[in-house]
Ligand binder design. Structure first.
Ligand SMILES: NC(=O)c1ccc[n+]([C@@H]2O[C@H](COP(=O)([O-])OP(=O)(O)OC[C@H]3O[C@@H](n4cnc5c(N)ncnc54)[C@H](OP(=O)(O)O)[C@@H]3O)[C@@H](O)[C@H]2O)c1
Length: 104
């Protein structure tokens, strides 16, 4: 399966979970500025749409944002199939989606 990496002008496909806000969103924007392709997910469609708009102002690459819950194995498998089919193997996976539990 073909990857989208370009030798000498590295372009990576980067999966980031939890891109609707916080660290995941910031990483998505910074990686996009560096010329990489973002595949992101979270559960808030409005925030995903907002990020998609912002990404489109940064680059014309086909970034892919999916509305899914990473607690669902079926959803994560479906995302993996979509990525493999559309982009090939990802180069980097940032397993970021989570909630902070303080006091435990
Ligand atoms: N901030 C800190 O000081 C700190 C310190 C240590 C570790 N961390 C870790 O760093 C990561 C990011 O932290 P953050 O402060 O940027 O968190 P955040 O602002 O709360 O963002 C968390 C992201 O994860 C997504 N998310 C949460 N549960 C999800 C689920 N079940 N399925 C899909 N997406 C989900 C959220 O999107 P939706 O709610 O829209 O789905 C959101 O985009 C977390 O793993 C956190 O535990 C953070």
């Amino acid at each position: 399966m073909e990857c989208e990496k370009e030798v000498g002008n590295a372009r990576y496909t980067i999966i980031i979970s939890g891109v609707s806000k916080g660290l995941g969103r910031a990483l998505a924007l910074e990686f996009a500025k560096l010329g990489h392709i973002i595949v992101g997910c979270s559960r808030n469609q409005t925030k995903l749409d907002s990020l998609q708009d912002e990404l489109s102002t940064i680059s014309s690459l086909n970034h892919l944002l999916l509305n899914l819950d990473v607690r669902s194995n079926d959803s994560v498998k479906e995302m993996a199939q979509i990525v493999l089919h559309k982009m090939g193997f990802p180069h980097i996976v940032v397993n970021n989606a989570a909630v902070m539990c303080q006091g435990v």
